[in-house]
Design a protein around this ligand. Structure first.
Ligand code: DGP
Length: 125
């Protein structure tokens, strides 16, 4: 079920539990600002989720409340992960779902990083 992105942060959400080490993930990168790990239900040969280490529901919440250091650290981590995984030369796609119409299912900001094959147009036509 998609979430309401205007609700307060829920510390019991699945990505909060992964950040605290209560649930496993297959991590590819972690620093002060971000954690990147393989999506449990990959939609492309490479499907990584990059999440901020701070408590933010969505991109809207993050852009409104995060510090400049958190924002720059997070987006530098996204770029670092893409470069490290060799996605830049063939190309890749970033996606962040927000709220009900965006069909966001986990209420902790996450950027999907897809690659490893030609991905086609962004939306079905
Ligand atoms: P979204 O619809 O943008 O909220 O996508 C949520 C994604 O999170 C979806 O692609 C599946 C992934 N996901 C959900 N639960 C887990 C989990 O426990 N572990 C991992 N690695 N990914 C998960």
């Amino acid at each position: 079920m998609p979430i309401d992105a205007t609700l307060p942060y829920d510390d019991a959400n699945i990505f909060a539990r992964i950040l605290r080490g209560e649930l496993p993930c297959t991590a590819v990168f972690r620093d002060q600002w971000a954690l990147a790990f393989h999506d449990i239900n990959p939609q492309a040969p490479t499907h990584i989720l990059v999440i901020p280490t701070g408590r933010y529901v969505s991109m809207d919440d993050f852009s409104a409340r995060a510090s400049d250091a958190e924002i720059s650290g997070f987006f530098r981590a996204v770029g670092h992960v893409a470069r490290t995984l060799g996605l830049v030369e063939p190309g890749y796609r970033l996606l962040a779902n927000v709220g009900q119409d965006g069909h966001q299912e986990v209420p902790h900001l996450h950027i999907h990083l897809f690659g490893g094959k030609p991905l086609g147009p962004m939306l079905a036509r």
